[in-house]
Design a protein around this ligand. Structure first.
Ligand SMILES: *Cc1c(COP(=O)(O)O)cnc(C)c1O
Length: 458
């Protein structure tokens, strides 16, 4: 009896659950400086209203996975073909992640190893381009990403990048893309944006690319969840390569994916390997060393959570919430870029007399998190900007719906209207407005806790 008891104790003491609990305990004892910061950050997330479009929110099961001891495995290579022993379980985890990525995106091929979306983009480019090759991407100040050929980024330094923009209706300017493509003859057209609020026509982009013999890289980071839920046309078959991060609309860990559809098995121009085989060796060994196996396991958890009614319902709510915010802001007299939204993002011009930067700071002082953003033909720099970008991923995760979005629009309006630029150049907002808005933000957050808090209270 005693021996059995002892064995059970040993099993309990060495179980992962116990190990993680011990980790938290020892962190609090041994390193209170960091433990306090982590707790403070956790509390901050509970108490602030995040309308930052690039934010999601990780489920605690994803957090637990990234904290698991699977991290200790060095696993260079791919499942079944590793350069190290001890990979039985990480191989299974990576295979599950690949399977779930392919299922979620209805893709034929997935590489789940990229450390982030930026690396995924660099990897696809370096795989098929030589330094100096022409590429075409959306301009940074029109909503493109740094890695789409911006001059300050490696992608802009390595390749000869040209840029297209967004038209007056807030849509990708396909006519301009086509004109530049015919003049510049890019080897790759990069699409996907950080602030475009309108549906992207990936088929049209592929047509333009086919006219000039270019490859298409669709970086769908911002709309990945909508694509999975079938609420935005998919890039998987239209583009040769689709990349995304896993921490925004997929609510997963920090990391990236490279996905392919109908072009996966197409021969590449080296005459030997297919496009997807080239991608495999571009991720490892060309770009990266050992993969983050704990993150890959967490990607599998997050991708698994996309299957089922909860994710689909939330994706619907993301859209309904953004539409409500846009409609309310227009009704309150704001210029919403493009007149509305087809996705989770709402971009609006701040009133005369203040900048996006000032509005962002004033809103933050009340617990409302947004980000300043350039708007089409913005005379201001990205540091000050004339617009504010809102996104509904996090409020939708908290279970808020259109009723709460009416409150959010009202609170934003109240703060922005009452904000001025003080003599010192900082924002100035009267104490009464700040206190009352802050109180209402607290009430909204308390009524709609993040999933972790809801579970803790249950
Ligand atoms: C956020 C974002 C990225 C960056 O993702 P990381 O994983 O942080 O590198 C890349 N592309 C687009 C369009 C983004 O919005």
């Amino acid at each position: 009896m005693l021996a059995i008891h002892r064995n059970e104790d040993v099993a309990l003491d060495s179980s992962l659950r116990r190990y993680l609990e011990q980790g938290i305990d020892s962190l609090c004892n041994d390193d209170p400086a960091i433990a306090d910061l982590l707790e403070a950050e956790h509390q901050r997330q509970m108490r602030t209203l995040s309308l930052v479009a690039s934010c999601g929110g990780t489920h605690p099961s994803v957090l637990a996975t990234t904290g698991a001891s699977i991290v200790n495995v060095t696993a260079e290579g791919y499942p079944g073909r590793r350069y190290h022993a001890g990979c039985t379980f990480v191989d299974k985890a990576e295979r599950l992640a690949i399977q779930r990525a392919c299922t979620a995106f209805r893709a034929r091929f997935a590489n789940v190893q990229p450390h982030c979306a930026s690396f995924a983009n660099h990897t696809v480019m370096a795989c098929f381009l030589k330094p100096g090759d022409p590429i075409l991407g959306l301009a940074l100040d029109q909503g493109g990403h740094l890695t789409h050929g911006t001059s300050v980024n490696l992608s802009g330094r390595l390749y000869d990048a040209r840029h297209y923009g967004i038209d007056a209706q807030g849509r990708v300017d396909y006519a301009q893309m086509r004109d530049i493509a015919h003049a510049h003859r890019p080897r790759m057209i990069v699409c996907g944006t950080t602030s475009c609020t309108r549906t992207i026509d990936f088929d049209r982009i592929r047509e333009i690319a086919d006219e000039v013999g270019a490859l298409v890289l669709a970086d769908v980071t911002h709309i990945a969840g909508l694509i999975v839920a079938g609420l935005h046309p998919s890039s998987i078959d239209a583009a040769h390569f689709t990349t995304t991060c896993t921490f925004k609309q997929l609510y997963g860990p920090r990391g990236g994916l490279i996905l392919m559809g109908r072009d996966a098995d197409r021969p590449s121009d080296d005459g030997k390997r297919t496009l997807s085989q080239r991608i495999q060796s571009a991720v490892f060994p060309m770009m990266q060393g050992s993969p983050e196996v704990h993150t890959i396991a967490a990607k599998a958890v997050a991708l698994g959570r996309t299957q089922g009614p909860a994710f689909a319902e939330r994706a619907e709510r993301i859209l309904a919430n953004a539409r409500t915010l846009a409609t309310d802001l227009v009704a309150r007299g704001y210029e919403v870029i493009g007149g509305g939204t087809d996705n989770h993002i709402v971009l609006f011009r701040v009133p005369e007399g203040i900048t996006g930067e000032i509005a962002e700071r004033a809103l933050e002082s009340c617990g409302i998190l947004v980000n300043k953003n350039k708007i089409p033909a913005d005379a201001r720099s990205a540091r000050t900007a004339s617009g504010i970008r809102l996104g509904t991923n996090t409020v939708s995760l908290r279970g808020m719906g259109p009723a709460e979005m009416h409150d959010c629009a009202e609170l934003i309006d109240e703060v922005v209207r009452a904000t001025t630029i003080g003599a010192d150049g900082a924002f100035s907002l009267d104490g009464t407005t700040r206190a009352s808005v802050e109180r209402r933000v607290q009430a909204l957050c308390a009524a709609h806790p993040l999933p972790y808090a809801a579970m803790a209270n249950a």
